[in-house]
Design a protein around this ligand. Structure first.
Ligand code: 5AD
Ligand code: SF4
Length: 439
């Protein structure tokens, strides 16, 4: 038998890309590829790209430039670009970087094996369609190899919200939910292979409305169905939109034992004027009221968020409203970004905030978030929390894992193994992680 061909995949951006990369590797496994960790010995290099902010796309072009030498040394090397940059700039990538053989958008991954075969016969292959068929059904099933204790599982894709800054509705397409039975089948398979925690993924995951046994099922319905799978210990989901936070999902946070007390609920801005211009369709008060209801259902829930500073026409007062909202919510974790104009989105055409003003705001906001994050983490000292151990730590005998609230936790001289869920008493809090002892 011929040696297997080697595939190097580099993943940028969100967790959905991590999931998609796994599925693409499995699909190309059917064409005789095994994964390699180094581009130097690869027969195919695939960049799974992100288009959410400008820097993300630029990184792709500079990475491609770095492969010139490899391609010169090995003319059989095939180079492909997948993900959201592929979707948004497919033709331009082919023009701008002639060493690219293949461009595939996120909704066409099931066609990857055919496309790879075309490149082997000396052709270029480009597919950025939004086909009607279900790509996950056409992708090969995950093989039964053992896995680590945590996994992502995409349940919903695309977005119909059209926030004025965001490329997702254009690159990932309209909102689509996968049927319940397929998700449960995939989840059971993951659990058989050692997975203990599943994070359900979707750009608008709480808008999930997949076909179930009794008609459309909400995300809460799906979570309750997953809750019945023996061996699955933890369920998380991301990313949610405030307007799709339904009553049954809020209630599940109080009553569903496997649903973890953590919610990523981006607000983007604390100013009603800016929220309106962002086309977010919620207000600061409706968001704050939602946080109150979540905390009433689950008092210890850790709230995480996303913020954009320097959105077109953001004034000092608008920014002060954002800081005020952050003070009121008390975030356990947050991601913040300087506004980046994305071609084709409505906000890209509007008057921009001066870069130095946006930089200063970003710094101020991040300092506040860091303080809140640290305070929330420090407050865990003395508490006993559930920790799912994932792997050995840097020191001999040390194990690392994540708490229910998604804090990184390490335990020295630890008898636990990857996949064990243990009670851990937290003894100290460092810059990025907690230290504990088995309780
Ligand atoms: N500029 C800056 N940040 C953005 N995000 C999305 N689009 C942009 C943009 N054009 C941020 C939002 C979103 C997160 C994934 O990325 O905060 O929630
Ligand atoms: Fe983008 Fe999220 Fe808004 Fe959809 S809801 S357009 S994915 S920011």
């Amino acid at each position: 038998m011929a040696d297997p061909k080697k595939l190097f995949i580099k993943t940028y951006g969100c967790q959905m890309n991590v999931y998609d990369s796994e599925r693409m590797a499995e699909a190309l496994g059917g064409s005789g590829y095994v994964e390699t960790r180094t581009p130097e010995d690869a027969d195919m290099i695939l960049l799974n790209t992100c288009h959410i902010r400008e820097k993300a796309a630029e990184k792709v072009y500079s990475e491609l430039g770095r492969y010139k030498g490899l391609k010169a040394a090995n003319p059989d090397l095939k180079i492909g670009v997948a993900g959201c940059v592929a979707q948004a700039e497919g033709d331009e990538i082919m023009r701008r970087q002639p060493l690219v053989d293949l461009v595939v958008g996120p909704q066409a991954y099931h066609r990857l094996p055919e496309m790879e075969a075309r490149t082997r016969s000396g052709h270029k292959a480009l597919d950025t369609d939004f086909p009607a068929e279900d790509k996950f059904e056409h992708l090969k099933a995950r093989p039964k190899a053992a896995r680590g204790p945590t996994a992502f599982l995409t349940v919903q894709e695309g977005c119909d919200k059209f926030c004025a800054f965001c490329v997702v509705p254009y690159t990932r397409g309209a909102e689509v939910s996968r049927p319940v039975d397929r998700i449960l089948g995939e989840a059971r398979d993951l659990v058989e292979r050692g997975v203990r925690e599943i994070t359900l993924l979707g750009q608008n995951v709480n808008a999930y409305h997949g076909a179930g046994p009794d008609g459309e099922t909400t995300l809460a319905g799906l979570i309750w169905a997953l809750n019945d799978i023996d061996g699955l210990e933890r369920i998380r989901f991301t990313t949610s939109h405030p307007n799709d936070m339904s009553d049954d999902l809020i209630a599940a946070h109080g009553t569903c034992e496997k649903l973890m007390p953590y919610l990523h609920l981006p607000v983007q801005s604390g100013s009603d004027r800016i929220l309106k211009r962002m086309n977010r369709a919620h207000t600061r008060d409706s968001y704050l009221a939602l946080i109150d209801r979540l905390r009433a259902a689950r008092p210890d829930i850790l709230i995480s968020g996303d913020f954009i500073v320097g959105f077109p026409e953001e004034s000092d007062e608008d920014f002060a409203d954002t800081l005020d909202l952050i003070e009121r919510v008390g975030y356990g974790q947050a991601f913040s970004f300087k506004y980046s104009p994305r071609p084709g989105t409505p906000a890209a055409e509007r008057p921009q905030v001066a870069p130095d003003v946006a930089d200063a705001r970003l710094q101020e906001l991040q300092a506040l978030i860091t303080r809140q994050q640290r305070a929330r983490q420090d407050a865990m000292v003395g508490q006993t929390v559930g920790v799912l151990f994932e792997k050995p730590g840097r020191l001999p005998g040390q194990m690392v894992g994540k708490s229910d609230h998604l804090h990184a936790v390490h335990v020295d001289d630890c008898a636990a193994r990857p996949g064990d869920l243990c009670a851990v008493r937290i003894v100290s809090s460092g810059p990025n992680s907690l230290a504990g002892i088995l309780a």
